[in-house]
Design a protein around this ligand. Structure first.
Ligand code: DC
Length: 239
């Protein structure tokens, strides 16, 4: 493999399709930074929930805009999980942001323009030198439109709900398949129909359906794509 070049890898897709697992594994294999951009939206949602900035599921956009300067998000490496944990104003909130109540509130928060502008700017800064794998909904379309490799990952809603339920059960968080599936479908709808940076598969993104692929299979396929990009880069100065 041609390894001198550090490329940018953008992974987009629906909730719980396995994109974070794939992004994390790819980053580990390549020695790149991994950023779960969804965690940042979840961090903002948690802050808004704690400060009563969401009323009956509706975000109070003006107040949220004013509060944005008080929200500091950072990722700090956790050696035991080999992952970066999200910190909200210096508090480790990695566990809290995965809770169902945050999952229920995050999609409306992610529709807000000023929230997206703040987080996109921070994400672009994290990736300014390449050597990054970032997953989310708008990574290939907005955050890194010039990424050398873009992957669009999906799986059937039922398979995604089963995977999510398994994760929650393993963590001891009570949930039912029906509720998880409903939440997932609702988030899919909001994420793909919102006005601000909806989830789309860009023309230059490669499609991966993970329904019948193991995590190892997904990694193998993605590494093949990475190698192809790196091979193509070899003789190009603009790559
Ligand atoms: O990937 P996730 O489920 O942790 O994402 C949480 C929410 O944030 C989800 O509703 C989609 C939204 N999101 C987004 O709009 N843009 C991103 N780049 C990442 C996540």
């Amino acid at each position: 493999m041609y390894t001198d070049k550090k490329i940018t890898i953008a992974i987009d897709g629906y909730s719980s399709c396995g994109k974070s697992t794939l992004a994390k594994a790819l980053a580990k294999r390549l020695g790149y930074i991994f950023i779960d951009s969804g965690a940042m939206y979840r961090g903002v949602a948690l802050y808004c929930m704690r400060h009563q900035l969401i009323l009956d599921g509706i975000p109070l956009t003006d107040q949220i805009e004013t509060a944005l300067s008080k929200i500091k998000l950072s990722f700090i490496y956790n050696a035991s999980t080999e992952k970066h944990d999200l910190y909200l104003n210096d508090e480790n909130v990695e566990e809290l942001i995965r809770m169902p109540d945050v999952a229920s509130n995050v999609s409306p928060i992610a529709t807000i323009k000023c929230v997206r502008e703040k987080l996109v700017a921070e994400q672009q800064k994290m990736g300014e030198f390449g050597g990054i794998v970032m997953d989310g909904r708008d990574i290939g379309s907005v955050v890194f439109p010039n990424a050398e490799l873009k992957l669009f990952v999906t799986a059937s809603p039922e398979i995604r709900a089963e995977r999510r339920l398994k994760e929650l059960t393993q963590k001891g968080i009570p949930a039912t398949f029906k509720d998880v599936l409903a939440n997932l479908k609702e988030r899919d709808l909001i994420d793909s129909t919102r006005i601000e940076s909806p989830l789309i598969q860009t023309k230059d993104a490669l499609f991966i359906d993970t329904s019948n692929l193991t995590p190892e299979g997904q990694l193998k396929l993605s590494l093949k794509f990475v190698n192809q990009v790196l091979e193509n880069c070899k003789d190009k100065t603009n790559c």
